[in-house]
Design a protein around this ligand. Structure first.
Ligand SMILES: Cc1cc2nc3c(=O)[nH]c(=O)nc-3n(C[C@H](O)[C@H](O)[C@H](O)COP(=O)(O)OP(=O)(O)OC[C@H]3O[C@@H](n4cnc5c(N)ncnc54)[C@H](O)[C@@H]3O)c2cc1C
Length: 395
């Protein structure tokens, strides 16, 4: 049987980042990923990074391209009743956010892992976790038809919402909190220079829209859609027509009908599983929680979980202390629930909910208050750029 110190399930941003941080610390890892490297490297997802996430990527030694190509945004805009209102993140918090696609982060992390020589197995099938409650857990899997088993000290469950790790925790231990929203986001990626300089979140009579970007030549735009909608029912022209109706006249006149290079529908969900630890298994990232993408928090939360797990494991191996491991779940959950609250708040204020006249008035009132009150803007801004990390051993 092979052996490693930390077996990492999943090569998304959480798994790859944890692998890189632990490798720099001299801790052995094996990454097991269900999909192919090409598939993982081509997934289009998040794009807004909090300064704290950039710090973690720097610490992992994978931030040089991010600094060269990432775009710093000092504000975001909210479109409402035909006007755009800017939330000046920099003036309100002293910080901005960095726009750099998750796909690029994944490439940077995959390249760093390949350069480090640390092992990864892509297309690992039937990954299963064993003996989690003891001190000698194991992971079994099949690769190219051959069965393998790996002994380890710890298992990091970084395998996303549909992975095997969370499901390996007994139902009697796990508590799940969930809200499914009655709409989804239809997203379109296109190679066209964005006419907007910062993200525009629009609350329109026809529903939510988001004007976003991934680079100076690539836009990522979304419209709120029905959960019954299918991507094949939306031509690019129909998407752009609907986007224009929602985003406001000025931007509507400036964006062209660029052909899509990717188009997909994502449902919106809030989800938290507690605790994030069962014996020697630790969940991190989407394996433990999902936020609706409105607050741009999913990837950022994955990065803070990973930082906390890395610090806990480092302290175990360096100082033989289990304190960080014991603290891991409550330490993560404090930040997770705050990001859940913010993502739920952004989602609640910006979308059209079916048959909810009272809710609509509440939205209007909330947004008017936000535009008029510096205190309300400050609250939004400090959440948007990311709340501080909890120190290990903190209260
Ligand atoms: C369509 C979409 C759009 C999004 N947009 C945004 C956004 O705009 N802003 C934002 O902040 N966040 C966004 N997110 C969320 C963000 O992308 C995630 O929070 C982030 O990818 C979490 O990283 P992760 O590594 O925890 O999970 P994942 O990226 O899901 O990675 C998990 C990995 O585990 C692998 N895996 C799963 N099961 C197994 C198994 N049994 N064995 C081995 N490997 C397995 C998967 O193949 C995958 O590679 C979006 C997510 C989606 C799906």
């Amino acid at each position: 049987m092979k052996r490693t110190q930390v077996a990492i399930v999943g090569a998304g941003p959480a798994g790859l980042l944890l692998g890189q941080l632990l490798h720099k610390e001299g801790i052995d890892t094996l990454i097991l990923e269900r999909r192919s490297a090409e598939y993982v490297g081509s997934r289009i997802r998040a794009g807004v990074l909090e300064p704290g996430t950039v710090d973690v990527l720097e610490r992992a030694g994978v931030a040089s391209r991010l600094h060269a190509e990432g775009l710093i945004h000092d504000g975001v805009e909210i479109g409402f009743r035909g006007q755009r209102h800017r939330i000046d993140l920099k003036a309100l918090t002293g910080k901005g956010v960095t726009v750099y696609g998750q796909t690029e982060i994944t490439h940077d992390l995959m390249n760093a892992r390949a350069a480090s020589g640390a092992p990864s197995v892509y297309e690992a099938e039937d990954v299963a976790l064993h003996e989690l409650a003891g001190t000698s857990p194991r992971v079994s899997y099949r690769h190219q038809g051959v069965a393998h088993e790996v002994a380890c000290d710890f298992i990091a469950g970084c395998d996303g919402f549909h992975g095997v790790s969370r499901r390996s925790i007994p139902a009697s231990v796990l508590k799940v909190f969930e809200r499914v929203y009655p709409f989804g986001w239809l997203g379109l990626l296109a190679d066209v220079p964005p006419p907007w300089h910062e993200l525009i979140y629009a609350n329109s009579e026809r529903g939510f829209a988001l004007a976003s970007l991934r680079s100076p030549t690539r836009v990522r735009c979304y419209v709120q859609c029905s959960l019954e909608d299918r991507v094949e029912n939306w031509s690019d022209e129909q998407f752009w027509d609907e986007f224009r109706r929602r985003i406001g006249d000025e931007m509507a006149a400036r964006i062209s009908n660029a052909p899509s290079i990717e188009k997909s529908i994502a449902p919106l969900r809030s989800f938290v599983a507690e605790p994030l630890r069962f014996g020697r298994l630790f969940l991190a990232g989407d394996a433990a929680h999902i936020v609706p993408p409105t607050g741009a928090k999913g990837l950022n939360l994955a990065a803070s979980d990973v930082l906390y797990l890395y610090e806990s494991l480092r302290s175990f191996y360096r100082e033989k202390s289990e304190r960080g491991l014991d603290e891991y779940s409550p330490r993560c959950l404090k930040r997770i629930w705050r990001a859940e609250r913010f993502s739920w708040w952004m989602t609640s204020q910006l979308h059209r909910f079916p048959d909810d006249a009272f809710g609509r008035r509440m939205q209007e009132t909330e947004l008017e208050y936000l535009f008029e009150s510096r205190a309300a803007q400050q609250s939004m801004a400090e959440n948007y750029v990311g709340l501080p990390f909890e120190p290990m051993g903190g209260s």
